[in-house]
Design a protein around this ligand. Structure first.
Ligand code: AMP
Length: 542
């Protein structure tokens, strides 16, 4: 027997309808590419997205077509998102930091029909325009600009499109499994792969994100997503913001520590989200400016392992809980968030510090398991000690890649993350490494992440990457690639001494190589494959 309750599809447009109706006057701040700050609210954003939806229809754009964006976190970008997905089209956010060949590849792979862009990215578009023939409409996120027209005469302007439309519009009632947005992985090898989210997966993910055991987001918050909207949809935060009706501060292009401290203090931000390097520069800027970041009570860090020193400094010096979270483009991204349980209130400060370093535990809606690295059918104990390949299932986890290759799931229906992890009895996850970055020394695994976390806590080390180098006796041994802080004259011996008493002596790197710079990929992660190619043989010729 079926139950007798209303069925309403879980649609992205319903998030915006809610924000407009019950939180219409809640402020949305946006830093624009021309340096201006715009003050808007959910009611205006809702109206503008409806006006834009009408404009897109008059351009002949149809449901299911892919509409790309090359833009920072700003108000027009947000309005374009809701207009595109709300109309049944697919919002394809593109990472502008990708190489031009990768940009061309994904725009063609997605067969994007239109492209919204911030004027900053016009040179990027001009460089690839001849190779992206499927794009029929170029829409600049701003008002009419003759300098843009001089280069790209067919450009349409967001503000002009809006002027021609009113907000008298009803969002279509779509099937909740309709595709809503598309993100490509920022793979360091091979071509990027597309991940196609649904309205349903997005709404359920947003609900989970707001739960107290995740971001604990509510209408009392002012949220600053530093993580770009082109990185897994800013981790879903613009959707969660509308769902709760919280205030939003969109930081635009300037993501340096100084600019962010100013935004946090000026607009009394309570919660902010970003990758570890963002927090490193923010802490330095707050210290230099003498800001206490008084309004911010939590910040979420993910995308890469967060050095424990960052979590400790936020807590000790700023009374701010740093919530370590883990996820992937394939997982929407939230897989785990570090929130404590009531039994942890009794922990000593040292024990609490240790617990806070974990990537946290899964919210309702996702399940995790560990499988043996050598025998993929053999489960690994969740005892906080045993390591295995991390696999995941859930309402907002990938089922299939956009182009169907490669197969996304194991034969029994789990997504294999490629991460090596431990999980304890309470579900707390510790990511030990990417499977391809682990260092296997004489049959024992060494976590490159652990070696890096220790190194970057040294005040004279700016960046550190631990890689597996070939070794005649042990197969592989760790080598640490280090970028010093400016002015530092730290030696190899001093770096290695810093590991004393922090890890077992057999895990200490065999060698330190100082370099001027470590290349980051489009998502701000270290490209370790290149480092392995360059330095992987240093121990053989020693
Ligand atoms: P992406 O899909 O580009 O966001 O990359 C996802 C990968 O980033 C994961 O598979 C992890 O290897 C890594 N990652 C994400 N969050 C964390 C974290 N908190 N700690 C360690 N690694 C992480």
């Amino acid at each position: 027997m079926l139950g007798k309750m209303m069925y309403q599809p879980l649609l992205i447009s319903s998030l915006m309808e809610h924000a407009a109706r019950y939180h219409g006057d809640t402020v949305v701040i946006s830093k624009e590419v021309d340096g201006q700050t715009s003050h808007s609210d959910w009611s205006t954003i809702s109206n503008n997205s409806k006006r834009l939806a009408k404009a897109l229809a008059t351009l002949g754009l149809k449901p299911s077509e892919r509409i790309a964006t090359l833009a920072w976190n700003n108000r027009r970008h947000l309005e374009a998102w809701y207009a595109v997905s709300g109309s049944g089209m697919i919002c394809h956010t593109i990472n502008p930091r990708l190489f031009p060949e990768q940009l061309t590849f994904i725009i063609n792979d997605a067969e994007d029909r239109a492209l919204f862009f911030d004027v900053t990215f016009l040179p990027l578009i001009m460089a690839i325009k001849d190779q992206i023939k499927n794009v029929k409409h170029f829409i600049c996120l701003g008002d009419r600009d003759d300098k843009v027209l001089a280069q790209l005469p067919e450009t349409l302007f967001f503000d002009e499109l809006l002027v021609e439309q009113d907000a008298d519009f009803e969002w279509p009632e779509l099937d909740e499994t309709t595709a809503s947005s598309l993100c490509y992985t920022s793979g360091t090898t091979g071509n990027p792969k597309g991940i196609l989210y649904t309205h349903r997966s997005t709404v359920l993910h947003s609900m989970a994100l707001c739960m107290p055991d995740a971001l604990d987001l509510s209408a009392r918050d002012v949220m600053l997503p530093v993580v770009p909207m082109f990185h897994v949809n800013a981790w879903g935060t613009p959707y969660a913001a509308a769902l709760t009706g919280c205030s939003l501060v969109l930081p635009g292009p300037n993501l340096d520590g100084d600019s962010l401290v100013t935004l946090i203090d000026d607009y009394q931000v309570t919660a902010a989200l970003g990758v570890p390097t963002i927090w490193q520069s923010l802490l330095a800027a707050a210290n230099a400016k003498g800001s206490k970041l008084a309004s911010m009570n939590r910040n979420v860090v993910g995308g890469a392992a967060c050095p424990p020193s960052i979590i400790k400094t936020f807590k000790d010096d700023y009374n701010c809980d740093t919530l370590h979270a883990w996820g992937m483009t394939e997982t929407s991204p939230i897989g785990t968030v570090n929130q404590i349980k009531s039994k942890h209130n009794a922990l000593s400060s040292d024990e609490m510090e240790k617990l806070r370093q974990s990537q946290g535990r899964p919210p309702y809606g996702v399940k995790l398991r560990l499988m043996d690295t050598d025998n993929p059918l053999e489960p690994v104990a969740e005892d906080g000690e045993s390591q295995g390949r991390l696999q995941i299932q859930g309402h907002w986890i990938i089922n299939d890649y956009y182009t169907h290759k490669p197969d996304a799931l194991t034969e029994d229906g789990w997504f294999d993350t490629g991460d090596i992890a431990t999980i304890d009895g309470d579900g707390y996850l510790n990511i030990r490494d990417r499977s391809k970055d682990l260092i296997k020394s004489g049959g024992e695994w060494i976590s490159s992440v652990e070696l890096e976390n220790i190194a970057v806590a040294h005040p004279q080390i700016k960046m550190a990457a631990a890689i597996a180098a070939s070794h005649e006796k042990w197969g592989e041994r760790p080598v640490l690639i280090v970028v010093k802080e400016p002015e530092s004259n730290i030696t190899e011996e001093q770096v290695l001494e810093y590991y004393d008493d922090k890890i077992a002596s057999w895990q200490v790197p065999n060698k330190v190589v100082f370099v001027d710079n470590i290349q980051l990929n489009g998502a701000g992660k270290m490209v370790k494959k290149d480092l392995r190619d360059t330095h992987g043989d240093v121990l053989l010729h020693a």
